[in-house]
Design a protein. Structure first.
Length: 60
């Protein structure tokens, strides 16, 4: 994947993760809340990967 694709997918995972956390917290569903936290963290990782690819010129 390219730098841009990684960053977009990362941002989507962050937003979806935050929504899951909010819904899980509101409904008292700790499993959904935790799933959202993990997905948000994954999104941060994907964005970081995109940043690294940008710095290296998509050579990885």
């Amino acid at each position: 994947m390219s730098e841009f694709t990684d960053k977009i997918e990362g941002k989507i995972d962050e937003v979806v993760g935050k929504v899951k956390q909010a819904v899980g917290g509101h409904q008292g569903d700790s499993e959904l809340h935790d799933e959202g936290a993990a997905q948000e963290l994954k999104g941060h990782g994907e964005q970081f990967k995109g940043d690294v690819k940008g710095a290296l010129g998509d050579k990885i």
